[in-house]
Design a protein around this ligand. Sequence first.
Ligand SMILES: C[S@@+](CC[C@H](N)C(=O)[O-])C[C@H]1O[C@@H](n2cnc3c(N)ncnc32)[C@H](O)[C@@H]1O
Length: 290
Amino acid sequence: MVLAEGTRATARRVLCAAVRRLQEAGVPEPEASAEILLSELTGLRRGELYAGEFDLSRRQLERYAEWIAARERREPVQRILGYAYFRNLRLQLNEETLVPRPETESVVEAVLERVDRRGGSCRVLDLGTGSGAIAVSVAQERPRCRVYATDVSEAALRIARLNAAAAGVEVEFRRADLAAGLEDLVNGVDLLVSNPPYVPAGDIPRLMPEVRDWDPPRALDGGPDGLAFYRRIFSEAGRLLAPGAELVLEVGDGREGDVLRIGELYGYVARGVRTDLGSTPRAVLLSREV
Ligand SMILES: C[S@@+](CC[C@H](N)C(=O)[O-])C[C@H]1O[C@@H](n2cnc3c(N)ncnc32)[C@H](O)[C@@H]1O
């Protein structure tokens, strides 16, 4: 961080210099990035950064300068830190895991409501678990559920296992290409949840650099129309569902109608949509008739 020679490196001064650098580099929401990184580095709350007279050590200053340089190159804050906050959890990440998004928290809420309607204990399967965000949250917040989670990426599963252990919960993780090979779960799932890859392949080059260059392509690419995984879930995971099972599937902006229609074509009953905190439809709800 460039501070004039002999200037005290107070949190406030360092922060202002960082915001200027990020602004000049055209990084979106420069204040948020600079504040979160400094807050995580120092342990100060974001509100305290400007007020106090906290001086950074030389080591902290060097580390922060590296982080700000990484953010200038559009590395996301969570990748720089190596972890992300999601509901009650601090989830470790690696190069094979998507950064869990705040909007996915509403998908978890839709699952929890359905668990509660079923008396608080049921068998939940999270397809494409990534860092384990959905599966670990459900296991933590509804401990009487039995939670299973799959991913095709062994590296993602390694991190998801660590995240479950850190949260002190049990999730049965399986490496699987979607629902393949899960013979012991046939007719055994009451709630199927997934945040599948859903970006149309042709749109990926136009995504923000934070997503395009840093999230794993396998976590984004939803095939030519962005709907390939929903077709696969409806056709391949049906055999795992118990009679009356329910599905909660995250969807991209404006895709809820398409996904519900595909579900109906495969014989599922459309039960509506769930909005996220920004009031955008974020999950579709379906069920399998008894
Ligand atoms: C959009 S990410 C969601 C990750 C996590 N559930 C979340 O909400 O943050 C999709 C996940 O599906 C996984 N995936 C991609 N293809 C898959 C497949 N054929 N079978 C299982 N998982 C797959 C990716 O590795 C990635 O972790």
